[in-house]
Design a protein around this ligand. Sequence first.
Ligand code: SF4
Ligand code: SF4
Length: 249
Amino acid sequence: MQTQNGCRPRTHVMRNHRIEPPTLDFIAKIPDTKKMPELSKEEFQKIYSLWDNVSPIDGDCGLLCSAACCRETGDYPQEICNPEFKSQSQEEDGQVELGMYLLPGEEQMLSTQTPWLTWTTDNPAEYGFPESWTEPVYYAKCSGPANCRRNLRPIQCRTFPLQPHLDQDNRLHLIYYSDALPYKCPLVSNLTKLNQDYLLATFTAWKKLLKDERIFDLVKEDSDYRDYIGTPYTIAYPYQTSRTPDSDC
Ligand code: SF4
Ligand code: SF4
């Protein structure tokens, strides 16, 4: 799919990405005073629109990697395959199941099952999502870039190759995607300098998304878990530097 500005930011997150619920005793307690509203459809529409005219790099980054993050199946060419990746689904039946979880409330943007994107539902408690998430959580699968309705692609697709990260003081950063994936994204592997307007749009979008308590909880838990297990990561915005969880920069 060639998009309006020639780029195809997107991601596939493994269904089992969150299958191992983190041991929660390390997670900083979110202050009880926090009562943040759920985002309306209009707010999601405004957030989606932030990405209307921006892309991670100039040109189609899918050409760098055979559109790794948009592939419907796990048959990656050798050069982009991550051989170290082992998922539970691979162990069970040899197949990699690809798809992405929608954020709470995001289903308002995608109210109809369409051929290009279908979803199933899961119990968030069984997949390690925060306690604030109520059933169901929506697991979406698309039918690949040829059919993608880019203006409706989920937040996960818009954010990749970045992730939101909250530090110990709950300051938001965008980091290069640091969790395990079955493929290698060249923008992540090379820590490619990304377009400033894309960084700003993505940062602004996540600042707005974090107003929803459930989304805040997700990002906070993932960030704390990342720090807890010592995942190294590189901040892409608001400033670009490498840091390990115990560095004090
Ligand atoms: S894997 Fe990375 S380089 Fe490839 S299409 Fe996705 S974002 Fe672009
Ligand atoms: S919905 Fe579109 S952008 Fe997202 S993974 Fe599928 S093809 Fe890629």
